[in-house]
Every structure is written in structure tokens, then in C-alpha cells.
Ligand binder design. Structure first.
Ligand code: GLU
Length: 481
């Protein structure tokens, strides 16, 4: 592989401390789009150095989510927990060269220091007590069995400027950066150390990550400088807010990404939607396939201002993608949801050829594949469950009975159980019974579907078939007699 510096190499570097949510996946997506656009390399790196916060199964869900969305990684997953020796080696180098030091302070001391700082309204941070320990003091502390952490010797003054591809130059006072930990006493590196060592050795050309990491970047730049390494370019992606402009949370619908899959959102709609959380083609185009996005993707058009996550928009967009599916495909993609969610009393496996006839009737209405089972369950039920009063609606009982009787006799003699002949046979009956089409068909609709809203009546009846329909019409009539 060509690892020259001109090649775009980006990474998605999640910590497996939870299931990936909209924000995480948006970061993955922008890296992936950027890599695909530039014919570059997209790397998955699992930053699993925080043993205490590790969540069982998170890595699998991260990988599943990427796969579901079609974001294939070219390298990885690479696990930081398998590279501990390397981090140790470079931490030792920093200590040897005087850029880092061992800190023996107890957690109790650090805790009381922190409380004291908070009480005195000072910014929390390590007071650098171990920064100037003599060799003898270090030896003695080690001999007493204390396992130190390694801290970076941050410059006490001056400034560090982050040049961000989205935000421009952002200047940080070094005095605000404390002597942050590089290696913990459990032998694991911190995020800062592992992150930059890996970015360096993986030849990462661009670090694209959420804005919340911007404040870590001056620390990273200082580390690069201490190692004498060339830093990658940085691009911090805008925050994602809820429609009420507060930080995005579960209450805005921002659940784990796999829940969207389980609810029947289409991956291609999800990609389109997430892309628009911070990037735009031209300020007006909403519906874009991934090829079009990849072709046009650029960091220049990533916005500086926060993006707003709007669940209604996602639903609308998913509906657009559903309507654009070929009917056969819509049926095939609905099948797992139908299998999963139709009442258990309905026999499995579901007959796919029957489903293919049914599905087009609800394709216009479904906003998610997860809605399909409840839109079509009456096609499968052996016996409809509904309130008999629905049959009558606002009609007299005798009128509803007349609707059913007349329809039954007209349909009985019908040769061809098809939409048009059925409609031509039944529609004239409205006059016979002296009802408008609406209330007349309303009775039939409830009788054959058990509900007052359904796909077009005669198409529904055609798909249901003669036997089921006649049975249901007779049953409805019996209910009223
Ligand atoms: N492990 C960090 C995270 O979970 C990665 C941040 C970065 O990309 O540097 O977001």
C-alpha cells in the first residue's frame, strides 16, 4: 500500500464505552466520506485503554453499525489494548528526555487537591508537586512500592495554536494546560498518549473528530513537538444539538444507531441524513445518494455552526427512500420486520409471494420498515378482532346490513376477483342502498380489514382473495344480525 504523506489516511477511533450513537457515527461517516472521496484509507481503531469504562459487546455493535451503513474499513479494527508495550516505550522515552515525569501522588492527595481547587474557584489541575523530584526522591518513592503515573511536562507559559481546517486558528494559553497523565498506574496509556502515538504510526493524514476534542488538541500538538513528529491536520466537526438547541440526548431521539436499524430506518436514508448534520452540498439539496455525496464531499463545506438533529426530518427522509424502492425490494426488506413483529399466532415463515402482493399497497404510507407489520397484519389474520360498532359507524344498523348483503350477493357471482370488476360490481350498489360512496365503502372496509383506514379497498380485497373476503363479509354480517 502507498503510505506516502500525500495519501489521505483517516481513522474512526471510538472508545468502546457504550453503544455508538448519532454523534459517533456522524464522525465515522465524515471520515469515511473523506477517505472515499480522496481514494484514501479509512481505518477503524478501538481506543480501549479505559478498562473501567469498557462496555461488554460495544465493539461488536460498533462494527455491526458500520457494516449496516456500508462503511467498510480498509484497515482494522486495531485495538489499543494490544499495543501497550509500544505506549510504554514512548512514555519512557519522554521521561528520559525530560518531557515527562513520574508522579507518585496518591489518589487521596489528588482528590483533596481537587476539592480544594473547586472550593477556591480555581481551575482544577495537578499542582506539579512531582515535577521537580530529585533522582533520590524518585528512587525512594519507587522503592516504597508506589507505582507512579507518567505526566507530561506542559510548558508553563506561551501559547499553542491549533490550525483547524474548519475553525481556522485557535489559540490556547499553555498555562491552562496542566501536566496531564500519559501513562496510568495500571500500565495503560491515557487517551492523549495512545491517540497521538497511533495517529503518528498509522500515518494518519487528517484527524476528523467531534468538536469536544478541540481542547485536547493543544496537548496533542505539544506531544508531537516533544517527539519531534509532524502532526496530522485537524478538523473538528460541529456539535449536534437537539431541535430545542440543547445538547443532543436520548430525549431527542438520539439513541444508539442500531436502534434505528431495528426500527426500520434504511441505511441509505441514515447516511443521507447524517451527512447533512454538518455538511451540505449547496444549502438546498436534501436527498443525495452516497455516490453523489462521496463525489462532492469536502471539508470546506463542513459547517462551523452546530447541526440540529431533527427526528421529523429523519422520518420524512426515510419515507422518501422507502417510496423510491422498487416494490419487490420494499417487500424483501420489509420481510424481516414482518417476520419479527406480526402477532405470533400468525404462521411462520411468512409467505414472501403474498407479501410481495401486499407490500406495494402500503409502500406510500410507511415511514419506516418497522411500521409495515402493523399496516398489514389484517392480511394475515385468521380472524379479525374489531369492535362491531365500527362496522356501523354513523349509519343505521339496517343500512350497514344492506351494504353487506348487497355487496355479498354482487361479489358472489363475480367471475374475476380483480380490482376493476369488483369496483364496477360494487359501486352501483351505493345508489341502491341510498348511501354515498364514503360511508358505504366504510362498512366494507371495516368488514374486510377490521379498521377504518386501510390501503385502497378494492386492491386490498383483490390481494386478500375471494375466500378470505367473502368469509370476512359474512362474519361482519352475522355480527350485525
Ligand atoms: N476515543 C475518542 C472518542 O471516543 C477518539 C477521539 C479522537 O478521534 O481523537 O471519541
Amino acid at each position: 500500500m502507498d503510505n506516502t504523506s500525500s495519501q489521505v489516511r483517516v481513522r474512526f477511533a471510538p472508545s468502546p464505552t457504550g453503544y455508538p450513537h448519532v454523534g459517533n457515527i456522524r464522525t465515522a461517516l465524515f471520515n469515511w466520506l473523506f477517505a472515499r472521496h480522496a481514494n484514501g484509507v479509512f481505518i477503524l481503531r478501538i481506543e480501549d485503554t479505559d478498562q473501567a469504562r469498557k462496555v461488554e459487546g460495544a465493539v461488536e455493535i460498533i462494527m455491526d453499525s458500520l457494516k449496516w451503513l456500508g462503511m467498510v474499513c480498509d484497515e482494522g479494527p486495531i485495538f489499543q489494548s494490544q499495543r501497550l508495550e509500544m505506549y510504554r516505550k514512548y512514555a519512557d522515552q519522554l521521561v528520559r528526555e525530560g518531557n515527562a515525569y513520574c508522579c507518585f501522588c496518591s489518589s487521596e492527595r489528588l482528590e483533596s487537591m481537587r476539592k480544594d481547587q473547586i472550593a477556591r474557584k480555581l481551575p482544577p489541575g495537578y499542582d506539579r508537586r512531582c515535577r521537580e523530584l530529585t533522582d533520590e526522591q524518585i528512587k525512594a518513592a519507587k522503592a516504597s512500592g508506589i507505582v507512579p503515573v507518567v505526566r507530561f511536562k506542559s510548558p508553563l507559559n506561551g501559547q499553542t495554536t491549533v490550525t483547524d481546517l474548519i475553525r481556522g486558528e485557535v489559540v490556547f494559553d499553555n498555562s491552562t494546560l496542566d501536566d496531564f497523565v500519559l501513562m496510568k498506574s495500571d500500565g495503560f496509556p491515557t487517551y492523549h498518549l495512545a491517540n497521538i502515538i497511533d495517529d503518528h504510526f498509522m500515518n494518519i493524514s487528517h484527524v476528523m473528530r467531534a468538536e469536544e476534542w478541540l481542547s485536547s488538541t493543544p496537548r496533542h500538538l505539544l506531544l508531537y513537538r516533544a517527539f519531534g513528529w509532524q502532526p496530522p491536520q485537524f478538523a473538528h466537526l460541529p456539535m449536534i444539538l437537539g431541535p430545542d438547541k440543547s445538547k443532543l440526548s436520548k430525549r431527542h431521539g438520539a439513541t444508539a444507531i442500531n436502534e434505528y436499524r431495528d426500527k426500520g430506518y434504511l441505511p441509505e436514508a441514515m447516511i443521507n441524513f447524517l451527512t447533512l448534520l454538518g455538511w451540505s452540498l449547496d444549502d438546498k439539496t436534501e436527498i443525495m445518494g452516497s455516490e453523489q455525496i462521496i463525489k462532492n464531499f469536502s471539508i470546506e463545506r463542513v459547517s462551523k455552526t452546530a447541526a440540529v438533529f431533527n427526528m421529523d426530518k429523519l422520518e420524512w427522509m426515510n419515507g422518501v427512500y422507502i417510496r423510491n424502492l422498487a416494490p419487490e425490494e420494499f417487500a424483501a426488506r420489509s420481510l424481516p420486520f414482518v417476520e419479527r413483529d406480526l402477532p405470533t399466532a400468525i404462521q411462520r415463515p411468512i409467505d414472501i409471494s403474498y407479501l410481495k402482493q401486499i407490500a406495494p399497497l402500503v409502500q406510500e404510507r410507511a415511514k419506516t420498515l418497522g411500521e409495515v407489520p402493523q399496516l398489514i397484519d389484517f392480511f394475515f389474520a385468521d380472524k379479525l378482532v374489531y369492535d362491531t360498532a365500527l362496522l356501523q359507524g354513523k349509519l343505521e344498523k339496517s343500512q350497514a346490513i344492506a351494504v353487506l348483503r348487497n355487496s355479498l350477493s354482487a361479489l358472489e357471482s363475480l367471475q374475476d376477483w380483480k380490482t376493476e370488476p369488483m369496483e364496477s360490481a360494487v359501486r352501483p350498489l351505493t345508489e341502491e342502498v341510498g348511501l354515498k360512496a364514503g360511508p358505504f365503502f366504510g362498512v366494507l372496509r371495516v368488514a374486510v380489514t377490521g379498521r377504518t383506514a386501510s390501503p385502497p379497498l378494492f386492491q386490498t380485497m383483490e390481494v386478500l382473495g375471494r375466500e378470505r373476503c367473502m368469509g370476512r363479509l359474512n362474519e361482519a354480517l352475522n355480527r350485525l344480525l
